[in-house]
Design a protein around this ligand. Structure first.
Ligand code: GLU
Ligand code: ZN
Length: 298
């Protein structure tokens, strides 16, 4: 028997079911898929359903259907974050019991003057967990990493972020905690996602360091934006991905990613486009920008 080695590449697409997939999500799904498949890697889908009140009914099914109709096949069973609460609770309690996280009872109103950077008011208050948000203490240090597309990114956790929430007052676990635990648990080696999460990455690096987890490689894609500069799907209701649009939208997403599908692919099936895409994938051609106006795409 040879020792089990972990696969060289495990990627993932991690949609939040607060709405349907739109063109911006297609770009993220496609890039993470092609980056994995082009090197024979695994590609997982994880449903980030941490926030039931913000979940749109039917969104989970619609997301999976859209992925299927666009030709995507994922490895293994899809994981839902709603099934992972025990794992999150265990780590959260351990951080709390070691004094690395603490309970915060500050109201939104109290924090208003601080513009989103928590000033540490409850750091040494010794509140218990009841009816409180749980915040992670951050060190007064700069964290940095080299992104495959965006290059070097630095952020001072104390100055630019402050102690951040890992469980909300209403008991819901925060994205930052869940994403780090799940990426590690699933053995993710490579994270390919939108540049709106670039400034979350240093928080995630700190959590990885704290918990002794391996740091994945990162590739943050330019965000597809509306003429008003907003991220697609946020303020503006961008249209859902329709099955009959799969070929033209996959071609458009490939071009947005700097790839060059030829005219002979104009009538290819989604599966053929994904196959072409993985055979010809060149991540160095992805535009090195934070945003990409949708109107500039073919
Ligand atoms: N669930 C997040 C989103 O839909 C993505 C998380 C991630 O890729 O790290 O924006
Ligand atoms: Zn507080």
């Amino acid at each position: 028997m040879t020792a089990k080695t972990s696969p060289a590449y495990i990627g993932r697409f991690a949609p939040t079911p607060s709405g349907h997939l739109h063109f911006g999500s297609l770009v993220a799904a496609l890039a993470s898929y092609l980056d994995a498949r082009s090197v024979g890697g695994r590609w997982l889908v994880r449903m980030e359903d941490l926030d039931p009140p913000r979940e749109e009914p039917g969104a989970q099914v619609a997301i999976l259907k859209a992925l299927e109709s666009y030709g995507f096949e994922w490895d293994g069973d899809m994981v839902r974050q709603s099934d992972r609460h025990d794992a999150y609770a265990q780590v959260l309690n351990s951080l709390f019991n070691h004094g690395l996280a603490y309970a915060c009872t500050c109201s939104r109103k109290q924090l208003e003057p601080y513009h989103g950077i928590y000033p540490g008011l409850c750091r040494n208050a010794g509140h218990d967990q009841q009816d409180a948000a749980i915040r992670l203490r951050v060190p007064e240090l700069e964290y940095h990493f080299i992104d495959r597309v965006q290059g070097e990114y630095r952020q001072h956790l104390g100055r630019d972020v402050g102690d951040f929430v890992i469980r909300r007052r209403d008991g819901l676990y925060a994205y930052q905690l869940a994403v780090v635990l799940d990426d590690a648990w699933q053995g993710i080696t490579d994270i390919v996602r939108g540049a709106d999460l670039l400034d979350s990455t240093p928080r995630q690096l700190y959590l990885q360091e704290l918990l002794g987890l391996r740091q994945p490689r990162y590739l943050h894609l330019p965000l597809i934006t509306q003429p008003d500069g907003n991220k697609l799907g946020k303020s503006y209701r961008s249209p859902p991905l329709e099955a009959h649009q799969a070929t033209p939208l996959l071609l458009r997403a490939l071009r947005a990613l700097g790839q060059n599908p030829g005219a002979e692919l104009e009538h290819a099936t989604p599966q053929e486009l994904l196959k072409w895409g993985s055979a010809h994938w060149d991540a160095t051609r992805i535009p090195r920008t934070l945003t990409l106006p949708e109107a500039q795409l073919l």
